[in-house]
Design a protein. Sequence first.
Length: 469
Amino acid sequence: MKVEQIYTGCLAQGAYYIESNGEVAIIDPLREVQPYIKKAAADNAKIKYIFETHFHADFVSGHVTLAKETGADIIYGPKANPSFEAIIAKDNQEFKLGDITITALHTPGHTMESTTYLLRDANGKDYAIFSGDTLFLGDVGRPDLAQKMGELTERDLAGFLFDSLREKIMPLADDVIVYPAHGAGSACGKNMMKETVDTLGNQKKMNYALRTDMTKEEFIDEVIDGLLPPPQYFPLNVKLNKEGYEDIKEVLERGTRALSPKAFEAAANETGAIVLDVRNQDDFAAGHIPRSIFIGLDGSFAPWVGALIADVKQPILLVTPVGMEEEAVTRLSRVGFDGTLGYLEGGFDAWKKAAMEYDTVSQVDANKLKEVLKTEKAPVFDVRKESEFLSEHILDAKNTPLDFLNDHLAEFPNKKSFYVHCAGGYRSMIAASILKSRGIHNLIDVKGGFKAIKEAGIPVSEFVCPTTL
C-alpha cells in the first residue's frame, strides 16, 4: 500500500494518491491531471477511482478530465448531484482497491454532500481518513458556504457538522492518520495548523472543535464566530465542479499565445481584458504597463486572483517572467480562470524596447518612513487582515484590508502623498496596483512591510496575541 499526499502550497490544498496491488485511487485531484497519470504509469498501476470529498469552492478539481482520460469512476458522497456521470456512494459503502478498502463516511456540515473517506489496510485495520473540509488540523470546515435560500442556515450546517464529527470521526482510534484537504492559508477555515498531516488522537487533544465537554450550541457559536465573507469566486468554482468545465489542454493552448507589444495592446483595448502582471513585486514597481494589476506568482497567487478579480469569465492578458507563461495559465485554471487570451512575448523588456508607455510605483524603505513620521503626520494605510492589524500596527495607521480594498477607496487622500504597507511587501504591491488602476497615484509603498517597520523601530501598538482576538 502506498499513500502519498500531493500538497500545493499556493492553494494550501492536499490531493492524495493511493496505490494497492496495481490499483490507484486519487482523492481531490487538481485541474492538471498528467502528474497523477504519470505516477500511476510509473507504478505499473491503473487509476480505478477518483474520490471527491465535496464540491470544492476554492479550486477546480481535475475529476472530470481525469475520468475522461483514464476511465476511472468518479465517486461522491450522499446528497451530491453532479451533471456528469458519477457513483453517488451510500453512507458506509465500501470500495475495494487492490488489497485495501476505502469506506465513504457521510459527514455533512461543511456542505451537505461532504464525505470523509476511511482507508482500511489489507488486515482490515483503520489506517487513515481523508477528511476533506470536514476536519482540518486545528480547525473544521466553515459551515456558511452551502446555505440555500430559505432552507439551511449556517447554524443548521454547523449543527450537522457537530453530529458528523462526534458520530463518524471521533469514535475512530487515536492512531488513525488525518489527511485534510487544506492547511494554513486556505479560506475554507479560520485557524488551521501549518502542518498537513497529524493523528486523530492529537487532534482530539488540541482541536477546539473536538472537545468532549462542549455542547452543540457552544460548538455552533465557536465555529461561526469570526468567519470572514467568503471570496466571491467560490460559488463559481462550485458550479464548475458540479457541471464540468473546458479541457485544460484547450485552456493552455489559448492562454499561451505569444503577442507582440502592439498586438498585446490591441487585444487589451478590444476585449476589455485585465492585464495581469505576475512578476516579482520589485520588478513591477520598477516598471509596468499602465493600469495593469500585480499579483505575483511567488505569493498566494491563485487565491488572490480569485478574491480580487472574482469573475472567472473575465478575459486576462498576462505579463510574466520569460518562460513562466504556462505556469501562470495553469495556476489561473486551478481556480477556474480559463479566460487567458495570451501573454506579452518577450516580457516587460519587450514592452520597453518597443517604446511603449509604462508606469512605476514609488517606494521607500522603513528607515525613510521613520524619518518622515518624526516630522509630519503622514497618512499610513495597512492592508493586512484585520486580525493582523489588531495584533500590532503603526500608531495612527488606518486598516484597509486588501480583500476589501474597493470598499475603502474614498478614504485615500486625493492629493497628499500617503504610505501603504503589508507584512512583507507582496500584498501592498497588489494594493498599489489596484489603487493606481483606479487613478490614485499619490501612494508610496513601504518596502519590506511591517517586518521592516518593526526592525526600523517605528512606534507600534502594544502586541496582542492573534489567537486571543
